[in-house]
Design a protein around this ligand. Sequence first.
Ligand code: SF4
Ligand code: SF4
Length: 129
Amino acid sequence: MATANPTVKCTVDQCTHYMPGDQCMAAKISIYNDEISGSSSTSADTQCRAFHHRKTVGDMVGALHNVNVGGVVSSTFLNGTQVTPTVACFVSNCKFWDSGNMCNASEIKVAGQNAARTPDTDCETYQTK
Ligand code: SF4
Ligand code: SF4
């Protein structure tokens, strides 16, 4: 059984949840398989479903239901604190996946250069079982 939540490092700066320092300020993210095949054989098939495209500054409002308020507050008080969301993962053929949609990796890297849509994002830490 997984005992810890992975630290999330994310470089998807087109997402409303992205914060400088490769941090994600969402309260919770979900990693899914490729929508069409329903499975993943490479990290490119995985995606972060919490991705929300930052089209305008006002679009931040659209993501406010999923803000890690506690994390943001503690990072303000404790300089250097890593803000990290709770991770639920549905990619069951990843070697880090565990029952209960848990991820056993100590850290995951989410990426997606110039991402405009959810499938443009990837969990780069994915490894086939
Ligand atoms: S793409 Fe996912 S991990 Fe990255 S900032 Fe957005 S919600 Fe967070
Ligand atoms: S490393 Fe694997 S189990 Fe963890 S979030 Fe990424 S795809 Fe899911």
